[in-house]
Ligand binder design. Structure first.
Ligand SMILES: [Mg+2]
Length: 386
């Protein structure tokens, strides 16, 4: 099974749907085609489509030069081959994210070749009976819904985010993350309080403040007020390139700190766990460097007493790859999910409908070989962009 062609295309909602309200911005997708007529598929979140189109293609392109003609074997081999080849270029940013998407497509092909879903090839379900609460068995994958609002701060934010939580809870979703962005410290606590009241004690609640704080004492005070609300994690209180304030906050609160939506490679995650005291890391399956790299992050986090709750504020194409990591990982109680039900994005809705179904707030282990996400041609035709 040899790689014969790298294909890229772009889909999106178009400028009439605001990305801050769930619209899908122009999103590059790639396919790796092999000589037996199969292909592996991935989206490439957060890389300008023009960069993907310029670097993934024929033998004259950056990645085409490396991958065309290669045999599909264990994806870790191709990951290492590309990594070694980019040693003298940037090793971060767009280059590693595209490597990550190519790696997801390789896993998709490898699974198809062996007739197995990718989670089984990653190691199978590895949640130990001692660490798994009885109510979480048999193992299924639990998405947490990320909730945003059209406005930040004050009553309008409270009422819109709480209304969305109530709508999704009625559909059976079990875990929710509110996002009091660009808000006062008081509004952060107030939104969490109202969300907890709407959810009752049994459902899971996370809080993401989106790099809101410039000082540790304010964040400590907010965490102290949040302690009584049973917050599963507190996401990105500070800019992520500075582990020191994270470490100082972690030493003063029992709420687990979370980060990782922009994290690339295992070394950034290890640094934030070891020096930043972060105990929940949130790799994106493409951004972090692919499923190959995400598995390494799981193993490194596991040895450090941290959990991995993969991030995904993109579509359910990326969501499908994320489900496979979550199925295998012994330290992944939740994965992020941007629920199409509460956003005005036609594309997001259709991509979710084509993905793995969420029933009673859980996703069953996928059984199709590979990643198993089938993108309907109809979506490419209707939402394709230049
Ligand atoms: Mg976030």
């Amino acid at each position: 099974m040899k790689i014969v062609r790298l294909e890229t295309f772009v889909i999106g909602d178009g400028p009439q749907v605001d990305p801050d309200q769930g619209g899908v911005e122009p999103l590059a997708c790639l396919r790796i085609h092999t000589d037996d007529g199969r292909f592996g598929f991935s989206e490439v979140f957060r890389v300008p489509p023009g960069v993907v189109q310029a670097t993934v293609g024929g033998p004259e392109t950056h990645f085409g030069r490396l991958l065309l003609g290669q045999e599909i074997t264990h994806p870790e081999r191709l990951w290492q081959l590309v990594w070694d080849a980019i040693l003298h270029t940037n090793r971060r940013g767009w280059e590693i994210i595209i490597l990550g998407a190519l790696d997801v497509a390789c896993w998709d092909l490898y699974g198809q070749q062996l007739g197995q879903p990718v989670w089984r090839l990653l190691g199978g379900v590895q949640r130990g009976p001692f660490q798994t609460p009885r109510e979480s068995l048999p193992v299924s994958i639990i998405p947490y819904c990320t909730i945003v609002s059209d406005v930040w701060g004050g009553e309008a934010m409270f009422s819109q985010q709480v209304a969305r939580i109530e709508q999704l809870a009625a559909l059976g979703y079990r875990a929710f993350k509110v996002e009091p962005m660009i808000s006062s410290a008081r509004d952060v606590v107030e939104l969490a309080r109202r969300a907890r009241r709407a959810l009752g004690p049994a459902r899971t609640l996370m809080v993401d403040v989106g790099y809101l704080f410039n000082d540790v004492p304010t964040a400590v005070r907010v965490c102290r007020d949040l302690e009584a609300l049973e917050i599963f994690f507190f996401e990105t209180p500070f800019p992520v390139d500075s582990p020191e304030p994270y470490a100082r906050l972690a030493a003063q609160t029992s709420i687990p700190l979370a980060m990782g939506e922009h994290g690339v490679t295992r070394w950034e995650f290890v640094d934030m766990i070891d020096r930043g005291g972060v105990s929940v890391v949130q790799p994106y399956m493409t951004t972090c460097g692919g499923l190959t790299e995400a598995k390494r992050i799981v193993e490194l986090a596991r040895a450090r007493g941290a959990q991995v709750c993969p991030g995904n504020w993109s579509t359910q194409i990326l969501g499908a790859a994320t489900v496979h990591l979550a199925a295998y990982s012994p330290i992944t109680p939740y994965l992020e999910f941007a629920p199409a039900e509460v956003f005005d994005s036609p594309l997001r809705r259709e991509l979710q409908a084509a993905g793995f179904p969420v029933n009673n707030g859980a996703i069953a282990l996928p059984e199709k070989p590979g990643i198993g996400y089938e993108l309907p041609d109809e979506i490419v035709r209707r939402f394709g962009m230049k």
